[in-house]
Design a protein around this ligand. Structure first.
Ligand SMILES: O=C(O)CCC(=O)C(=O)O
Ligand SMILES: [Fe+2]
Length: 230
């Protein structure tokens, strides 16, 4: 019997390796930041990154603009990502300072960041285990490659307390975060050699009680250029 050979999602890259090193050094120097105790992935958490007012403003903005979340690749599982999402306009006078504060914390120029996204999960809603990096063997990669290339770092911020459920769980790295309002979590989706790190697999576990609001920001290896819709 032949075992199907699964191609790696991408190979080593000096540019991505350098983003790994430089952002890790920048974040390591942030007062109060904690690094997850695992060798499998580079993951940081920083409490009180956003204020209660900033979280409230973001939740109201997400509620005003939310639509069903989407996926880059088709899946057979209709329950894979059941949340609502909202694109957060980086030029909006209330949102731009938050967008830039995240980029500044990581030491990445804001233009490398994709549009910040808000996510809202009602009870039962979830985002099943996935990787944020692009799989360079998938058809979508050709268009991503010319729009800033691979995703390097992910930053997300929890905006509220969730009564039950809604943790972010990295099953391979063995790291788990329970939502805490204003807490930022950031991780390098790449290995030290700049290849995609499979152990950054993570899931937004189902909310059991309450509603979960977060913002997510994905950074590219190059400046991000959004697709111009016709
Ligand atoms: O909801 C979460 O905790 C994780 C969200 C996530 O993985 C993403 O937006 O890429
Ligand atoms: Fe993710």
């Amino acid at each position: 019997m032949n075992t199907p050979v699964r191609k790696a999602p991408g190979g080593p890259s000096p540019v991505r390796a350098e983003w790994g090193r430089s952002v890790e050094a920048t974040l390591s120097a942030v007062p109060g930041i904690r690094r997850a105790k695992t060798d499998a992935a580079v993951v940081f958490a920083l409490t009180d990154f956003l204020s209660e007012d900033e979280c409230d403003m973001l939740m109201a903005t997400i509620d005003a603009g939310r639509r069903k979340s989407t996926l880059l690749t088709a899946t057979n599982d209709p329950n894979f990502r059941t949340s609502d999402s909202c694109d957060l306009d980086r030029w909006h006078p209330l949102l731009q300072p938050i967008d830039e504060k995240i980029a500044h914390l990581l030491g990445i120029p804001p233009e490398h960041g994709e549009t910040m996204q808000g996510q809202r999960y009602a009870p039962g809603q979830q985002f099943r285990a996935h990787n944020d990096y692009f799989n360079e063997n998938e058809p979508y990669w050709a268009s991503m490659a010319v729009q800033g290339g691979q995703r390097t770092w992910t930053a997300m911020v929890y905006l509220n307390e969730v009564e039950q459920g809604g943790a972010t769980w990295f099953p391979q790295a063995g790291v788990r975060f329970n939502p805490r309002p204003g807490m930022l979590v950031a991780w390098n989706n790449m290995n030290a050699d700049g290849s995609p790190n499979l152990a950054t697999l993570h899931e937004g576990m189902a909310v059991v009680e309450g509603t979960k609001y977060i913002i997510t920001k994905w950074f590219r290896e190059g400046p991000w250029t959004p697709t111009i819709e016709p």
